[in-house]
Ligand binder design. Structure first.
Ligand code: HEC
Length: 144
């Protein structure tokens, strides 16, 4: 097996526990992740009406169903990836309310499988897979 596929297999193994819970709930990994990590702020349907919005500095959240429409009908994969990962700035002024998921997923990677130590490459593959699953889900909730 090539190094690249070994990395992919390891990252997939790390995701298996989450995938199993998603599967048990009859959801895709992205939807499951969204409901767990994003809906408290962005709302169950992505409309910006999550339960904890009132506690944020920003009291109005952009609707995540408008990402494609606001970008001329094309889903802005690169931008959304950057916003979730944390490499793309979301606020021009003031504090960032939106958590930096890239760091969180990176920190969590070795908790998912105590018997296995993820290397830097595997960690990145794991982070990428989780973010791409979210992007895949977000692309399914876009307004026409
Ligand atoms: C603690 C609340 C909170 C959580 C949890 C959260 N976000 Fe956000 N998100 C925000 C806020 C607030 C903004 C608006 C920018 C800002 O003020 O930081 C934002 C902006 C965004 C944007 C940019 C929208 C646009 O129109 O430009 C995307 C995409 C996004 N969030 C996706 C996600 C995803 C996916 C998750 C789950 C992994 C998530 N967010 C979790 C608060 C949150």
């Amino acid at each position: 097996m090539s190094r690249a596929s070994l990395v992919a297999v390891a990252a997939t193994a790390g995701l298996l526990a989450i995938s199993a819970s998603a599967h048990a709930a009859g959801m895709t990994l992205g939807e499951f992740e969204y409901l767990n990590s994003c809906s408290a702020c962005h709302g169950a349907k992505g409309e910006g009406d999550g339960a904890i919005v009132q506690y944020l500095a920003t009291q109005s959240l952009p609707s995540l169903t408008m990402l494609q429409k606001n970008n001329g009908g094309v889903f802005p994969v690169q931008k959304v990836y950057g916003v979730i990962e944390g490499s793309e700035d979301v606020t021009v002024h003031g504090a960032r309310d939106m958590p930096v998921w890239g760091q969180r997923y990176r920190a969590r990677v070795n908790e998912s499988d105590e018997d296995y130590d993820f290397g830097p490459e595997e960690t990145e593959a794991y982070v990428r897979t989780r973010i791409l699953a979210l992007i895949e889900y977000l692309s399914t909730i876009q307004a026409e």
